[in-house]
Design a protein around this ligand. Structure first.
Ligand code: SAM
Length: 332
């Protein structure tokens, strides 16, 4: 059980009834509260919750329309996303309770200050390195318009300017990541066919690929609903058409790919997490055609080449700059 859920269970009498758990972990929490519902924007956690608690967990960038008597937000990593989520929840909780639960090292105490906009916030519990806060929503905010919160920036690429839109909580919100910038400089000589941007975030690589290789089919994939929505906005802003998939890990990707491009994930929440990236390296060959290519940017300290060589083929170091490397390997 996630420690944040354990803290909620210590105060279980507060959460009986139609409570919405927003950003909930994929644990047994819903099993303890039969009238509660979940809202997740993480495709992997949502799939686990959906399999276990049929139709009780909604997926997307906004909650479903069901009326609830209270809501609990599990604190996400990004401050901007927290603000969007709190406002979205508070907008439908007039006179009702909004709770915030999070780990101390994730900054729950600081985030709880954001509750003051809605009323008098108070700390209800502190245990398992987590805190639980509560506010009765007296000052009701306007329902936020997610698209208006997108940050816009423009990249000057060799084939022209590319507009990028990123929504709250998306990787490298409002600016280009240094590793992605390096990969953007090394998009030459990709095989024609079907290209995948794995872990697409705001869609910068996928959009650049589609523009550079217009005859190729391009698919963008991310686990996070806000990333997928950002990628759709980025593609639309550049008049580009590509498939965008919300899915967890490379298993959710199509097969028959000619190349997989990625700035793969290595951080998740407050914990360092390599699982999705290592799984990508192990399984890429299942999704590539013969001689299909995997091209990655990664922090120089990440030891990917042995895994790439073990599961795909000889790994070439295409470039190195500012602590990042571009790796390339073709399926044997
Ligand atoms: C380092 S970011 C790169 C984002 C984008 N490609 C860029 O260059 O700005 C990695 C991305 O992988 C996504 N991600 C994390 N775990 C994933 C998983 N299991 N399956 C698919 N995508 C995942 C994250 O949401 C994030 O957008």
């Amino acid at each position: 059980m996630d420690p944040r859920s354990e803290v909620l269970l210590r105060q279980a009498e507060l959460f009986n009834g139609t409570v919405l758990f927003a950003g909930l972990p994929a644990d047994d929490l819903l099993g303890h509260f039969p009238d509660a519902q979940g809202w997740s924007w993480h495709a992997g956690e949502h799939a686990l919750l959906d399999a276990r608690f049929d139709h009780r967990c909604h997926f997307g960038t906004a909650p479903n329309e069901a009326d609830v008597q209270a809501a609990v937000l599990f604190l996400p990593k990004s401050r901007e996303l927290t603000e969007y989520l709190l406002n979205t929840l508070a907008a439908r909780l007039s006179g009702r309770e909004l709770y915030l639960v999070g780990e101390k090292r994730a900054g729950v105490e600081r985030a709880a200050k954001q509750l003051a906009a809605f009323g008098q916030a108070r700390k209800l519990d502190s245990a398992r390195h987590c805190q639980l806060w509560q506010v009765r929503v007296i000052n009701i905010p306007e329902k936020p318009d997610l698209h208006s919160l997108a940050q816009h920036y423009e990249l000057q690429l060799t084939d022209g300017p590319l507009k990028v839109l990123s929504l709250p909580g998306v990787f490298s919100h409002g600016r280009l990541d240094v590793g992605s910038a390096l990969l953007l400089e090394h998009l030459d000589d990709l095989p024609g066919g079907h290209l995948l941007d794995f872990g697409c975030g705001a869609g910068v690589l996928g959009a650049a690929l589609k523009r550079r290789y217009p005859a190729s089919q391009v698919t963008l994939l991310d686990v996070d609903a806000f990333a997928v929505e950002s990628s759709r906005l980025t593609l639309a802003a550049n008049d580009l058409q590509a498939e965008v998939i919300n899915g967890d890990g490379i298993d959710a990707a199509p097969v028959g790919l000619s190349a997989i491009l990625s700035n793969p994930p290595f951080h998740q929440g407050v914990h360092t997490h390599y699982h999705a990236s290592e799984h990508l390296l192990r399984q890429a060959s299942q999704h590539l055609v013969n001689n299909g290519e995997l091209r990655l940017v990664a922090n120089s300290f990440l030891k990917y080449p042995p895994l790439i060589e073990q599961h795909l083929g000889p790994c070439q170091n295409l470039a190195e700059a500012k602590g990042f490397r571009i790796y390339r390997a073709n399926k044997r």
